[in-house]
Structure formats: C-alpha cells, structure tokens
Design a protein around this ligand. Structure first.
Ligand SMILES: NC(=O)c1ccc[n+]([C@@H]2O[C@H](COP(=O)([O-])OP(=O)(O)OC[C@H]3O[C@@H](n4cnc5c(N)ncnc54)[C@H](OP(=O)(O)O)[C@@H]3O)[C@@H](O)[C@H]2O)c1
Length: 274
C-alpha cells in the first residue's frame, strides 16, 4: 500500500536515493533539505532541521493534505572532523544541532500525528560511528551515540501507540558526506594533532570514497519501510566493518581502543615529526 513518507536530507546521498526509490514505487514522498530541489515524483520542502517552528508548520501542512503520516526517515546529517580537545564550541553545536537535535525536532513534530493514528514508523540514521567512538570524528560519533540512546528510549515509549522506531547503522558509503565534512582548522594547525589528524583523515576519506554504493542502503531502507515488524537496529556495512561491530561486543573496551589506535595510527612517533 502507498505510504505517506517524510525523509530529511533528501537532496543528496542516501536521502536522495531513498526518496527516489520510494517515490518510484508509488509512495507519497516529502523530501526535506535546505537547498531548492525539484522532482516530478517527490514533493520537496526547503527546510533546515534545526528549526522546530518551521518543521511544525510544514508537518501540519503535510498532515492536513494527506490525512496521515506513515513513515518518518531522519537522514539529514553532516560530519565535523578534528581532535576533541581542539574542536570549537560552535563546531560542536553545529554537529549536535544538525545530527541529533534535527532528528529530535522532526520526531517531536511528527509524533503527535502518529500517536493520533496509533500507527507509524520512524527510521533514524545512526552510523557504525554510533556504535564505536571513532578518533578524530569524536563529536560525530557522539551525535550518533545520542541518536542511539534517544531512539532506543523512544522505541520503548511509543511502541504501545503502534509506532516503531528503527536505527540504520551504515559503515562507509560513497556519498557527498566526505566532501561536505568540515574539518577543525585548529586541529589541522596543531603541531601534535595536525599530522596525525591529516593521516587518519586520509584513511577515513579513502574508505568512504571506496565504500558501498548508496543504492545498497536505499534498498535496505525500503525493506524497513515495507516490513510489518521492523527491528530496532540494522547494520549495513562491508564484511570488515561488520566484523568490527561484532568484535566490539566481544572484547574488553581497552582492547578495542588499542585496535582503534593502531588502525587509525593515532600514536605520535617518538623522536619524529608526525
Ligand atoms: N556516507 C557515509 O559513509 C555514512 C555512513 C554512516 C552514516 N551516514 C549518515 O547518513 C546520513 C546521510 O548522509 P549521506 O552520506 O547521504 O550524506 P550527504 O550526501 O552529504 O547528504 C546529507 C543530506 O543532509 C542534508 N542536510 C544537511 N544539513 C541539513 C540541515 N541542517 N537541514 C536539512 N537537511 C540537511 C543535505 O541537504 P542540504 O545540504 O540541501 O540541506 C543532504 O541532503 C547522515 O545522517 C550521515 O551521518 C553516512
């Protein structure tokens, strides 16, 4: 059956691919993003997920027009790279406000309608970075850990109203996410952190650019939209990243940190300019 679906971050990457896929399969799709977009099958709404009042107005417009909202996909997001010590308050606020508060704002404005319907599905984009704290992407990880805690708790609060909450945890994918990442200048310029950050950033970007295609994730989200009883979590990643998720659950925390240190080469080399 055709569903009324709101998806954020629908101008690029996962969001665009998923919106197009769902719309081409007959769903009524409302795509949210900041830039102006047009598509014959998608109703685009220009909106910043950091603006709760505007979200409330637009969500009401959708509900008044359609009479229901079946699915909310919180996908809008961006990354800030840098050392946790040197990332500025403004950078941290941007990271949390877009990734975490954006998801919260959307949920809070859509939930009253879903509760009234006693039905609905919320799908929140987390990340493998929401399962493990990634060095030099620490505040990005923190924003996704926040989504994890929020989504799990929300699931327990709204299940009784017939609303499901799921998290999608992608590994590395080739999207505009890499080019849009904002990197901390203070970290770049720091004599200790700078060289290590540049080294680990090069590795992160290489993995993202060589990552899976966003179509893989769009297909998975469509499956979640279609399924009657969605799971709470879906990891979507290559074999190596899957393995890291399993390993993280099995081994002591300090061992896992040692693996991160060695994988991202975050130790300064003694006696050498890093
Ligand atoms: N690519 C990966 O490897 C990867 C891995 C794990 C998780 N993820 C997560 O997947 C989600 C989508 O990422 P992507 O890879 O598809 O990145 P992308 O290609 O850069 O797309 C990001 C989308 O978010 C929108 N957006 C950003 N800030 C916004 C704001 N304040 N208000 C409304 N929309 C905003 C952008 O649209 P406008 O610029 O037009 O607003 C764009 O449509 C993110 O939550 C990301 O953290 C990505």
């Amino acid at each position: 059956m055709a569903k009324v679906i709101i998806i954020t971050g629908a101008s690029s990457g996962f969001g665009k691919m998923t919106a197009e896929r769902l719309a081409s399969h007959g769903h009524k799709v409302y795509g949210i993003c900041r830039r102006e977009m047009q598509h014959d099958k998608i109703q685009y709404i220009q909106l910043d997920v950091r603006e709760p009042e505007t979200i409330a107005l637009k969500v009401k417009e959708i509900y008044d027009k359609e009479g229901r909202i079946d699915v909310l996909i919180n996908n809008a997001g961006m990354g800030i790279g840098g050392a946790l010590e040197l990332t500025t308050k403004e950078e941290l606020e941007t990271q949390m406000n877009v990734n975490f508060m954006g998801c919260v704002n959307m949920c809070q404005k859509v939930l009253p309608y879903m509760r009234r319907q006693r039905a609905g599905k919320i799908i929140n984009l987390s990340s493998i970075g929401g399962i493990m704290g990634l060095p030099y992407q620490g505040f990005y990880s923190a924003s996704k850990f926040a989504i994890e805690g929020f989504s799990e708790a929300l699931s327990a609060e709204v299940k009784g109203f017939g609303i499901s909450v799921s998290m999608v945890e992608p590994g590395d994918f080739a999207t505009n996410f890499t080019a849009s990442r904002k990197n901390s200048q203070a970290t770049m310029n720091d004599p200790d952190y700078g060289p290590i950050f540049k080294r680990s950033l090069a590795l992160i970007e290489k993995e993202e650019n060589g990552g899976l295609k966003p179509e893989v994730l769009a297909k998975k989200i469509e499956k979640i939209v279609d399924t009657k009883h969605p799971r709470l979590r879906y990891v979507v990643a290559n074999l190596e990243q899957w393995f890291s998720v399993v390993l993280k659950r099995l081994i002591p925390g300090n061992w896992f940190v040692d693996i991160l240190v060695s994988y991202y080469k975050t130790k300064p080399t003694p006696g050498k300019k890093n």
